[in-house]
Write a protein that binds this ligand. Sequence first.
Ligand code: ZN
Length: 190
Amino acid sequence: MTVYDLLTYEIIPQEIPSVFRNCSKCKKATEFYCSERFRVNSNKKIIDVWIIYNCTHCEGTWNFPVLSRVHVNKINSELFYKFMTNDIETIWHYGFQFNHLRRLCNEVNTNIRYELRKERLESKSNNLTIRFNCKYDLELRIDKLLAEILGISRSNLKKLELEGRLTLNPSINMKKKISDNLQVIVRGNF
Ligand SMILES: [Zn+2]
């Protein structure tokens, strides 16, 4: 009896995405990196929270709004403490809100370095199963990463899918982005 594998890949980003926007000091669009610090402003119990980004050329500041004019009583005290102490996990959570950042910037750098942490488990199924775990949405294309992992071309990947030997759970297009807990099942040899 052949033993099949259940492979899990945890996708761990190594940096917070940088953004491109106009720098008032440089007087042109430049790249801003995340300082990994919050700025909290309180005025008569009305709170504003930003994450500070800095221009890579002049260190000029851009404040990424996280909370705007919220009454202090409406903010969870645990979360407020995290803002005040520059909690790294909280900063990373906001630093990966691509859609929010895109509305405020010209461009967000999605080409970020990441580590793949692989774990091999034995599977009871008669297929190879690959499961992705990612705490942050890195906007990685499924087919691109899958081709890399399996060591086959994207066109061969497509062929396997058309032959019904490769399925995704949930069933989404392979050109879409990888989401947490996505599973890929491959039947037979490839
Ligand atoms: Zn600048």
